[in-house]
Design a protein around this ligand. Structure first.
Ligand SMILES: *Cc1c(COP(=O)(O)O)cnc(C)c1O
Length: 471
């Protein structure tokens, strides 16, 4: 399996290992498999009823090429999901006739990001050990990625992890999950800006090729292909549980950076019978607007009860644009340039029609999310978090008569106690993993939206740590 960049015009390809280590391609594009691997009906049927880690290893194997043996992948997958606190890893819960919830919050940080990061940290560790190298992980987070990355990378010898979060724009629980890690290889930075500012800083630092080589910068944001690949596994797992390959399934996906739902699209491209992928947004509805009209227009970022979806420029969307454009890098560059210059572009004709084949969209503002949390509580006695509520809301508007509809539950309700209390008047009990955080001291550095200052900070920290390691 070889990889190309969404922006490239020549025929150059790179290995999975390269895509894993680099994250972002040097031309500023994102890596995509050169062609989609196929899981045919027999391959799918053979995975039916298998434990989650086995399904994950089989799906990963389609993407890793020669980088890992089957045995290595099986061991890495088993270890990655051993720390999840539900025997099914990703349990399906029935909400109503043909309506399901796929609970993706049973990992160590209680959000779905653990699925990809637990796996990616181990893949990276294995590759670095093989090469005798060290790396610096740089992550921008709207909340949950940072926590999941820190949890996956803390204490790993060969890796430093630097996490940027928008100051004051993540929940207290999300912040504590990040800033209470005491390991010296963990560095938290609160940026005086939005998540989009954090993401732009990451892009700026990656564009500094000298810095990139000097400290071995690696990205595990959802732009890293390995994360998308790891996430494709739970779509396969859920589809199998509900009757695939014989029966098609649809999903509603609480969406921010378009990584999660793009993993669903990857599973669909691999031959998993997925009827529709419903992109669920909150008030930050650039993607909902796109799938309705073809217009992709950057707006203001609004703060909502679902902060991990408070995003206007969805990085992974470029991957879909590449697919819709027939992998024509020049066409993708033209769209991205238009977006940079004019703040918008419109997709028309065949490319937009193609987008509508697999995708639909729905938006839910805070009131709709609160009402959905209350409805689900009343109907099933389950507490869902405000992100998951956007997905369940989407299922209510798109679910009728289309076969099983699975709403992805992306975070545990207890991570957002204020919203839950507002919706149903009850504060969710804190799971032990979260309760322990309140007593721990926090470590965080505040910085403005300034690439030069951030570069200085990272150089100092990483070099100090390298000196420590030598001494
Ligand atoms: C990250 C996150 C999302 C958004 O996922 P994307 O892959 O960025 O689209 C939704 N809900 C929760 C709880 C998240 O942590």
């Amino acid at each position: 399996m070889r990889y190309i960049s969404t922006r490239q015009t020549g025929g150059r390809t790179v290995s999975f290992e390269h895509a894993l280590l680099q994250g972002l391609a040097r031309d500023g594009g994102l890596y995509l498999p050169e062609r989609w691997p196929v899981l045919d009906s027999d391959a799918l049927a053979a995975l039916s009823g298998r434990p989650y880690a086995e399904v994950a290893a089989a799906v990963m194997a389609e993407f890793t090429g020669r980088a890992f043996s089957r045995t290595q992948l099986a061991a890495i997958a088993a270890e990655s999901y051993a720390g999840f606190d539900h025997p099914a890893t990703a349990p399906l819960v029935q909400l109503g006739p043909d309506r399901w919830l796929l609970e993706l919050f049973h990992g160590p940080t209680l959000a779905f990001k653990d699925f990809a990061l637990q796996m990616v940290a181990r893949l990276l560790d294995a590759v670095l050990a093989r090469r005798g190298r060290t790396a610096t992980i740089l992550v921008a987070t709207s909340g949950d990625t940072g926590a999941a990355a820190i949890e996956a990378f803390r204490g790993r010898e060969a890796l430093s992890v630097v996490v940027l979060h928008p100051a004051g724009r993540v929940s207290e629980m999300q912040r504590r999950q990040m800033t209470t890690a005491a390991e010296p290889n963990v560095h938290n930075v609160a940026i005086a800006g939005t998540f989009d500012d954090c993401q732009a800083l990451v892009k700026a630092l990656f564009a500094d090729l000298a810095l990139r080589d000097e400290i071995g910068l690696a990205a595990v944001n959802s732009i890293n292909w390995a994360r998308v690949a790891a996430q494709a596994a739970y779509y396969v797992y859920a589809a199998l549980a509900l009757g695939a390959p014989a029966r098609a399934v649809s999903f509603t996906v609480p969406t921010g950076n378009f990584g999660n739902v793009y993993a669903g699209y990857a599973a669909r491209q691999m031959g998993v019978p997925i009827e529709r992928l419903v992109v669920a947004t909150n008030r930050n509805d650039i993607l909902a607007q796109f799938f309705e009209t073809g217009l992709y227009r950057k707006g203001q970022v609004h703060k909502t009860l679902s902060p991990s979806m408070d995003i206007q420029v969805a990085s992974n969307f470029e991957r879909l644009l590449a697919d819709l454009s027939g992998r024509d890098g020049a066409a993708v560059c033209a769209l991205m340039a238009e977006l940079a210059e004019r703040g918008e572009f419109t997709l028309r004709g065949a490319r937009f029609a193609l987008a509508k084949v697999a995708f639909a969209a729905a938006r839910a503002d805070d009131d709709a999310c609160l009402a959905t949390i209350a409805d689900v509580w009343r109907e099933s006695g389950r507490m869902i978090d405000p992100h998951s509520a956007a997905g369940v809301h989407a299922a209510r508007t798109h679910g009728a008569g289309a076969g099983p509809m699975v709403s992805l539950a992306t975070a545990h309700a207890a991570k957002f106690p204020d919203a839950i209390e507002r919706a149903i008047g009850i504060r969710p009990a804190l799971p032990p993993r979260l309760a322990a955080l309140a007593a721990k001291p926090e470590r965080v550095t505040e910085l403005p939206v300034d690439a030069a200052q951030l570069t200085r900070f990272i150089r100092d920290r990483v070099h100090a740590r390298q000196r420590e390691c030598v001494a």
